[in-house]
Design a protein around this ligand. Structure first.
Ligand SMILES: [Zn+2]
Length: 477
C-alpha cells in the first residue's frame, strides 16, 4: 500500500429520553402512527419557545464523560439555517462554536493492537422530521421532528475501514452500556458519515477529503470505506485530482456516487439561538453524573478476567453486549462455575439465538433455568449431548430442564446392569470389528461407543460405556 487512509467519523445518535429536545412530546416515535406525537413547538409554529430537555443534557454529559471529554461550563445552542421540507422552522437548533464537550478519546482494538481515536466534540441538537416518497408524492411525518440527537465527532485518527468499523462498534457498545441510545443503525437511531482522504505513506500533509454519506449499517460502513479508499488510490495512481465532494453509498450497486460537489456546499449561517440562554453546567452536576456512571465495557471485561478467572477472549465475547454480560453474571450467581457457563453461553446459547434471529433479551431460558440444566449434567442425570438437546427445547418452549428430562425419558443410563445387554448385542452384531479390535486396532473403541450411544438414543453414560466395552472386548480374547 503506497497510501495511508485518513478517516474521521461523524456519528448521530438519537437519545432514549421520554420527551423531545425542546417540547414535551413523546420521543418514542418508532412505529407510532405518523404525526401523532407533535405540538406547535416541534412543528415550528410561529411564536413558540423551546425549553431544554434536562435529561438529554444529562445523557450527553454521560456520553462525553465515557469518551473522556471535557465538559464546558457554558455552551451555546446555535441555529443552523437551511431550507428543506423535513425542517419546519427552516433552521435546526444545534451547537456550533461552543459545544457541550470537547477533547476526548476512545480506545479501539484491531488485530490485537489497541489505538486511541481522538474525539473532537460531543454536542446536542434536534432531529429533523422524516420524509416518505410515495408514488410521485412526498409525505412528512413530524413525529421525529425535535427528538434529541447527539453528535459525536471524531478526529481524523482512523487509518483503515477496519478501524472505522471497530470505532463504530465500540461507540455503540458504550452508548448501550450507558443506556442513552439504542445505537440501532438499521432503525436510523444511529447514523454515521465518514470523511476519507489518502496521502502517500510518510507524508505529513492531508490529501483532499471526500465525505461519504448514506451509511445505513455497520457492514455498509466497511464496504463503502474500502471502496472509497480503492477509488481514491486509483485516481492518485493515475496522477489525477481528488475532488472535494460528498459521496453517497449505493448499497445495491456497491459503489459510492457523487451527491454534491463543493460549489454547492451549504453555508449554514450559524448564529446563537436567541430563544435559549447559554447552557450553564455546574461542576457539582458533572461530578454527580460521573459518580453514577455505570461500569463501562472495557472495565467490565477486565473485571470478568480478574473476578471469574475467564480467558480474555471469553470476557470480550461476554461483555460485547451489556445484556449478555448481565445474563452471564446472573447465571454465575445461580451456578458458580464461570468457565462452564461461558462455554454454554458462547456456544449453544449463541447458536440458538443466531438460528432464531433474536437477542438475549428475548430468551425464555432464565439464568436459574440454565443453572438447573448444568446441575443435571454435573450430577450425571444427563450427559452433555442430551443437555444440548434439552437446552434447545427449553429455548423453544421455556419449560424447565428437569421437566423435559422426566417427560421425555432422557435421563442418562448409568446402570451397568441395564447397559450390559445392549453392549453384548452390539458386540455380537459386529464380529469383524471385534476381530479387528482384538488384532490391535484400538481406535475402533470409539466406534463401538458410538454404536452403543445410538442403540440407547444417546442416553448412555459415555464414560461407563467406554469402561464396560473395554472390559467385555478383552474378556472374550
Ligand atoms: Zn412537540
Amino acid at each position: 500500500m503506497k497510501y495511508e487512509a485518513i478517516i474521521g467519523m461523524e456519528v448521530h445518535a438519537e437519545l432514549l429520553t421520554r420527551s423531545k429536545m425542546f417540547c414535551s412530546c413523546s420521543a418514542a416515535f418508532f412505529g407510532a402512527e405518523p404525526n401523532t406525537l407533535t405540538c406547535p413547538v416541534c412543528t415550528g409554529m410561529p411564536g413558540v419557545l423551546p425549553v431544554i430537555n434536562r435529561k438529554a443534557v444529562e445523557y450527553t454529559i454521560m456520553t462525553a464523560l465515557a469518551l473522556n471529554c471535557e465538559i464546558a461550563e457554558a455552551s451555546v445552542f446555535s441555529r443552523k439555517n437551511y431550507f428543506y421540507p423535513d425542517l419546519p422552522k427552516s433552521y435546526q437548533i444545534s451547537m456550533y462554536d461552543l459545544p457541550l464537550s470537547e477533547n476526548g478519546w476512545l480506545e479501539i482494538e484491531v488485530d490485537g493492537n489497541s489505538r486511541r481515536i481522538g474525539i473532537e466534540r460531543v454536542h446536542l441538537e434536534e432531529d429533523t422530521a422524516k420524509l416518505f416518497h410515495v408514488g410521485g408524492y412526498s409525505l412528512v411525518d413530524f413525529n421525529r421532528s425535535g427528538v434529541p440527537l447527539m453528535e459525536i465527532v471524531s478526529r481524523p485518527d482512523m487509518r483503515s475501514a477496519d478501524e472505522a468499523y471497530a470505532y463504530l462498534i465500540k461507540l455503540r457498545q458504550i452508548l448501550r452500556y450507558l443506556g442513552v441510545s439504542s445505537g440501532d443503525m438499521e432503525k436510523g437511531a444511529m447514523r454515521c458519515e465518514a470523511n476519507v482522504s489518502l496521502r502517500p505513506v510518510g507524508s505529513a500533509e492531508y490529501g483532499t477529503k471526500v465525505e461519504v454519506k448514506n451509511l445505513n449499517s455497520f457492514r455498509s460502513v466497511k464496504l463503502a470505506l474500502d471502496y472509497e479508499i480503492r477509488r481514491q488510490s486509483r485516481i492518485l495512481d493515475e496522477r489525477g485530482n481528488i475532488e472535494q465532494v460528498t459521496m453517497g453509498w449505493d448499497e445495491d450497486r456497491g459503489v459510492t456516487v457523487v451527491q454534491r460537489s463543493k460549489e454547492y456546499a451549504h453555508d449554514y449561517r450559524y448564529f446563537p439561538e436567541p430563544d435559549l440562554p447559554p447552557l450553564s453546567i455546574s461542576r457539582e452536576w458533572v461530578e454527580e453524573i460521573k459518580a453514577k456512571l455505570p461500569e463501562l465495557p472495557d472495565a467490565r471485561r477486565d473485571r470478568f478476567v480478574a473476578e471469574y478467572g475467564l480467558p480474555a477472549y471469553d470476557a470480550g465475547v461476554l461483555t460485547a453486549d451489556k445484556a449478555v454480560a448481565d445474563y452471564f453474571e446472573a447465571c454465575v450467581r445461580a451456578y458458580p462455575q464461570a468457565k462452564t457457563i461461558s462455554n454454554w453461553i458462547g456456544g449453544e446459547l449463541f447458536r440458538l439465538l443466531k438460528e432464531a434471529e433474536t437477542g438475549i433479551e428475548e430468551v425464555k431460558v432464565t439464568p436459574a433455568a440454565l443453572a438447573e440444566l448444568l446441575t443435571l449434567v454435573e450430577k450425571g442425570t444427563i450427559n452433555q449431548n442430551t443437555a444440548k438437546a434439552v437446552l434447545g427445547e427449553m429455548f423453544r418452549s421455556g419449560r424447565a430442564a428437569a421437566e423435559i428430562v422426566a417427560e421425555e425419558g432422557l435421563a442418562q443410563i448409568s446402570d451397568a446392569d441395564e447397559l450390559g445387554p445392549v453392549i453384548d448385542e452390539v458386540i455380537a452384531a459386529h464380529p469383524d470389528e471385534v476381530a479387528a479390535y482384538r488384532a490391535g486396532k484400538e481406535r475402533l473403541l470409539g466406534w463401538f461407543v458410538g454404536q452403543v450411544m445410538k442403540a440407547t438414543r444417546g442416553k448412555a453414560n459415555p464414560q461407563l460405556v467406554t469402561s464396560l466395552l473395554k472390559e467385555k472386548l478383552q474378556r472374550r480374547q
